[in-house]
Design a protein around this ligand. Sequence first.
Ligand code: NAI
Ligand code: MG
Length: 534
Amino acid sequence: MADDIPHGAAGRFSAWQATYITVLGRTEISYSLEGLNVAVAMEKELLCKDFLARPKQLLIDGKWVNAESGKTFEVYNPATEEVIAKVQEGGKADVDKAVRAARKAFETGPWRTMSTAQRQRLLMKLADAIEAHADELAQIETLDNGKPINESRYVDVVQTVETFRYYAGWATKLEGETINANSNFFTYTLREPVGVVGQIIPWNFPMLMAAWKLGPALACGNTVVLKPAEQTPLSALRIGELALEVGFPAGVINIITGFGPDSAGSAISEHMDIDKVAFTGEENTGRIIVKASAGNLKRVSLELGGKAPNIVFADADIDAAVKGAITGIFFNQGQVCCAGSRLFLESKIHDEFMTKLTERVKQIKQGHGLDDKTVIGPQVSKEQQERILNYIDIAQKEGAKLACGGGTPKDLQKGYFVEPTIFTGCTNDMRIAKEEVFGPVLAVIPFKTTEEVAEAANKTTFGLSGAVWTKDVKKAHKLASQIKAGTIWVNCYNAFDPAVPFGGYKMSGYGRELGKHSIELYTNIKSVWVNLAE
Ligand code: NAI
Ligand code: MG
């Protein structure tokens, strides 16, 4: 089985490989992952039905409360278009309350005086609780977002658990330094939490984005006001329940469900008593958040869109690269900021590659995410489905040639589905090669030389990621340094680990999440000078 694994991402996150095996039509996941038994079969019963039936409220100051406005909004299952829950529509008044609670918890609560070992233990306990509810959380994520259950279970939940564990470790390892600048002074630095942190997250990896944000912020001793995306608020609420159960003090984690503009999102980014905002989402929303931050000059970190080049040279292992192209663009229905949406193929292998690629893609099973044979689920919302179909239309008008897909699947009457779609004969100037489609749409662009492809790869306003497939190490390393992007994968795609930083160049944002770099986002350095002069 091991030799059938398409990617070389060894270690903790071999769950990604498990997913890939499913993506490529295998239904069996039979190898185990460090600390987690991934061979456990999915429960068939709906483990999240009690959670779905409970009223959903905002988490403020350790209590579940209704929105001040009394308003709620509906949450849909994108596979069936049915309402699965009603959540509170938090707004400015609720964000104000949450910030007051977070401020109090930060300045005077037990969180401040708690030993770092206790903080570490709480984060570990939260990771354990999530792991203990893995199947339930996976179902919540699949019903809310649409993604295939095997991905929810073996990618999102597994990585959420591992991210909390990784940052739990950091809680006890934060250090300042002593500096021998001048013998008349004893000079040292303290690494301190930033304070109250606002976190605005998207709908493509709802639970995992919550973990990427909460993990490091809490490990560093901050308190948080988290706003999940309006399309997918459920898993964050369940994590909020688990956080209270394991003993996080009141006000440390506040969760406000609501919308972005003129709602909870803008209230967070404009708030004068929030010290830092971390955002993942659309490039334009990033700009709005930066402007909104100017009031109190709060710190901002942004993880925005991408238009990643996935470059395949003729000397690559072609079968592996075909798999890499598939997972690069179709994983999570293409709703991935680092999706390999521009496939650069060396001209000599173009036709052979396309034959193999389209053959495989046509076999991919699309359907309801709870069906464990499903490899591609629905898009998250009708809005996203329409946006993607519009891009498919634009691509055809601009002269790209449809190789497969191109519409909605005929056999699925309900749900926001889009067929996995590939266009050949694309140029970098076409809109599908320039703009973030955020769906299962691949633009294939042929190239002849390394110089040409290096230039074309960088001809984008984005710079989140890129990949190179070749057996020539020189070429691989050269391109890895030439591509202006925050992550480069060589002979693999979508490899992740909580220890490895992730973030953008150019308009893909700034700041690095994961690894020790996230610690920088959530701490301040204070220099202390002690006069030793007689
Ligand atoms: P968005 O950026 O508008 O939404 C992401 C989050 O920001 C949500 O929680 C939303 O409520 C919040 N938000 C929206 N407007 C805000 C504002 N003015 N102030 C504060 N918070 C605000 O993304 P959207 O509209 O859901 O998706 C549109 C496109 O954005 C997608 O098609 C995709 O291209 C891109 N996107 C990129 C993501 C990434 O991971 N880089 C994730 C989600 C979307
Ligand atoms: Mg938006």
